[in-house]
Design a protein. Structure first.
Length: 150
């Protein structure tokens, strides 16, 4: 585990995403884990704001993918309705991991075989009065604390 942060509100969760988004340079993949309602899309909204996306970010559950343009392209994938990596490949989602933008994947466990090994794993756990955001990634994420002020 690289870092754990407690968030007492959706606004704080969004701010953590915003802080991370400000420091991204392109080519990053962020895998968001958590139960329904944990705050994955709230985190993604903040990340988009940090990338300079002006458009309203919403969950792509029914479309699988939403693309946004900020200082870097943001590809927001929701794999909740997918049953396998093969299904994601048939939908053309695999190509987005290598286009140089930032890819955020909700429900990455459904397409795990497609997720690059260099991905940052963010797990949002529900606590009685808060959320816990746990960050885990390889050496390329060793300065995550500096990026999000953790």
């Amino acid at each position: 585990m690289l870092l754990e942060i407690r968030s007492d509100s959706p606004q704080r969760t969004e701010k953590i995403g915003w802080q991370l988004g400000k420091g991204l340079t392109g080519g990053e993949v962020i895998a968001l884990f958590g139960q329904l309602g944990a705050g994955k899309t709230v985190f993604a909204k903040g990340l988009a704001r940090g990338l300079g996306v002006a458009e309203q970010v919403t969950s792509p559950t029914f479309t699988l993918l939403k693309e946004y343009q900020g200082r870097l392209p943001l590809y927001h994938i929701d794999a909740y309705r997918l049953s396998s990596a093969e299904e994601a490949e048939l939908c053309g989602l695999a190509e987005y991991f290598w286009q140089g933008g930032v890819v955020v994947v909700e429900w990455p466990q459904n397409i795990w075989e497609l997720i690059p090994e260099t991905a940052l794993e963010v797990t949002i756990s529900q606590l009685p009065e808060a959320r816990k955001l746990s960050f885990r990634g390889g050496a390329n994420w060793s300065k995550i604390g500096e990026l999000i002020g953790g």
